[in-house]
Design a protein. Structure first.
Length: 126
């Protein structure tokens, strides 16, 4: 019976040792998990900062491109406006010249207008 008690005592000591060893392994696993979570947290933080910087850069580039497009549009509008003004002035000058010719030579102008009308009508019939 004493041998049985000693054997059961050894078993309980052995299971206690295994139990504390199991807690030690669980603690190590928990520390490893905490370490992985910390690394993941730092990685997420770094990615968040990088994405904020990229967003800021993209916003600045978009703003710069918008300003450049607006400037180009204003230059194009100014150029077209100047060309339109030049064409208007040329048209007014040509109309003034034709009006002056008609006033000086009304019969010749009428004959030329009739001939051009006849020629246009002939070409349209074909």
């Amino acid at each position: 019976m004493a041998a049985e008690k000693q054997e059961s005592g050894n078993r309980s000591l052995s299971s206690e040792a295994r139990g504390s060893e199991g807690f030690g392994q669980a603690g190590e696993a928990l520390e490893g998990l905490r370490s992985v979570i910390d690394q993941a947290s730092r990685a997420v933080h770094d990615l968040t900062q990088a994405s904020q910087q990229w967003a800021k850069i993209a916003q600045e580039r978009g703003r710069d491109m918008g300003e450049e497009l607006r400037n180009q549009g204003q230059r194009a509008l100014s150029s077209v406006s100047q060309q339109a003004q030049g064409l208007r002035e040329q048209g007014e000058w040509a109309l003034g010249g034709v009006s002056e010719q008609v006033e000086r030579n009304p019969l010749t102008s009428l004959t030329i207008a009739f001939a051009l009308g006849y020629l246009a009508a002939t070409l349209m019939r074909r």
